[in-house]
Design a protein. Structure first.
Ligand code: HEM
Length: 452
């Protein structure tokens, strides 16, 4: 067995952190793939703000990292800047036993059978969204998908369905989310100097959103049908940990905020990428329509899987070492950030022949392999909403293909850039709506009215 190389970090670009950061933001896919080609499966990149990180682009090494002893790995620590919004109990910012407790409470509402209930909600929301599109107009798909996924979270996760309350919640939460760059604000500037100071304004918006969330929690707790309800909040209100304790209101608030933060933009971006790929690959689009018309969903599932392979929303997950650890033959020091390089693994030719091509067929017979297909990360931090996100992507694609004809307005695929901590299409995938078919128009023949 090869002995671990100590004392030095794996090779990587020598450019200063500013240059590496700018490259990653502007051309994340090209930069990571070029570094991998040049330096191999394990490479080091110094960044601004995040410091020096080591990327791992080898599925076996990623499996070792994510399935071995996890006690010396922290993921929550790196998410600490999110804690003013998500709260101290958020599963995303916790590590160790506290993380596991929250995770165990959160998982059941997101497991396969529970997600089936949400498919209908998703289809209803998607039908309403497409019905609002006007033929001949241009829409930016990422924006439309954000509105849609937001509504799905309100209904399926918060369990709020009355339009007036959905709207109140949307306005309050959107105001907080729109202050997104706040999370990058240095500690020094995080001071409440009144409603006109940036942090003061943010704190007030957050307090307003919190009031509504606590109101929803209280209302749900007192509802007579709580035992029968299937939305995530109701399931969490009924959940008990190993010692039989229910979740407290602040815990519920923090996890609701976390699911909104982690689940709405990500799914919207995944959908925008999928449509950009589909509209530029007429062969795939035609086959998908045919299979759906024949009542077969396998190609639809494969399309979602392939889209998340070619256009993952998160470029890399992150683990911080709290002790030295040997990874892919390198002894890495405590304190270093290790990045399982999702984007790079997804483009390995040995795993995916012709990796740049959009070919859902590659997932038709064999499903995705856990550590070669990582859009949702893995191990004890794997995305809790993965099944929901995939169901949501599939249902929205189904409804949009059935109801609308879209065409691209840009000659080339939308370039992938970094937006905050996720990848995103630079222009948001603008498209022209050519036609919208209303559900009733296909089911009920139009009737001649009196006087016609
Ligand atoms: C296409 C959509 C989505 C993508 C690409 C995505 C991706 C990810 C990734 C990469 C992670 C980190 C995993 C790791 O560190 O190994 C994560 C964590 C998480 N995601 Fe998602 N996610 C999506 C949708 C959702 C949805 C819909 C929800 C919930 C409503 C959600 C809730 C979470 C939570 C709570 C975590 C933290 C898990 C933990 O730390 O234990 N995500 N997600």
């Amino acid at each position: 067995m090869r002995s671990a190389r100590a004392a030095s970090l794996p090779p990587g670009p020598r450019a200063p952190a500013t240059v590496n950061t700018a490259r990653l933001i502007r051309r994340p896919l090209q930069s990571l793939i070029a570094w991998h080609r040049r330096y191999g499966d394990v490479f080091t990149v110094p960044y601004l703000i995040f410091g020096t990180g080591v990327y791992v682009a080898n599925p076996a090494a990623v499996r070792d990292l994510m399935t071995g002893d996890q006690s010396d790995l922290h993921a929550g620590e790196a998410n600490a800047p999110l804690s003013p919004v998500l709260g101290p109990n958020s599963v995303l910012v916790l590590d160790g036993r506290e993380h596991l407790r929250q995770r165990k409470l959160l998982l059941p509402p997101f497991q396969g059978s529970a997600v089936t209930h949400y498919r209908e909600v998703i289809r209803d929301v998607a039908e309403a969204e497409v019905a609002s599109w006007r033929p001949g107009t241009e829409i930016v798909l990422r924006d439309r998908m954000r509105a849609l996924t937001f509504e799905v979270i309100c209904r399926a996760v918060f369990g709020v369905t009355e339009p007036e309350r959905v709207e109140r919640l949307r306005a309050a939460l959107a105001a907080v989310i729109d202050t997104g760059p706040m999370i990058f604000m240095p500690d020094l500037l995080r001071r409440d100097l009144g409603p006109w100071s940036p942090w003061g304004r943010f704190k007030r918006l957050l307090a307003a959103a919190d009031r509504l969330i606590y109101e929803e929690i209280a209302r749900r707790r007192s509802e007579s049908d709580l035992e029968e309800r299937t939305d995530v909040l109701s399931l969490l209100l009924r959940a008990r940990d190993e010692e039989g304790r229910p979740m407290s209101d602040p815990e519920l608030r923090d996890e609701l905020m976390t699911m909104l933060g982690a689940g709405h933009e990500t799914t919207a971006t995944g959908l925008a990428f999928s449509f950009d790929l589909l509209l530029r690959h007429p062969r795939v689009l035609d086959r998908l329509r045919e299979e759906l018309a024949a009542g077969d969903d396998n190609y639809l599932e494969a399309t979602v899987t392939e889209s998340l392979r070619l256009r993952p929303v998160i470029d890399a997950t992150e683990r911080t070492l709290t002790k030295p650890r040997v990874i892919a033959g390198w002894e890495l020091p405590a304190g270093i950030r290790v990045y399982p390089a999702i984007v790079v693994i997804h483009q390995r030719e040995d795993l995916y022949p012709a990796p740049r091509e959009f070919r859902p067929e590659r997932f038709l017979d064999d499903g995705a392999e856990s550590y070669s297909w990582l859009p949702f990360g893995g191990g004890i931090r794997r995305c809790i909403g993965a099944a929901l996100a995939q169901a949501e992507m599939a249902e929205v694609i189904r409804v949009v293909l059935a109801r609308a004809e879209l065409e691209t307005v840009r000659p080339q695929a939308d370039p992938v850039v970094m937006r905050g901590i996720t990848l995103a299409p630079r222009h948001g995938v603008p498209v022209r709506v050519r036609a919208v078919r209303h559900p009733l128009a296909t089911r009920v023949p139009p009737q001649a009215g009196p006087g016609r």
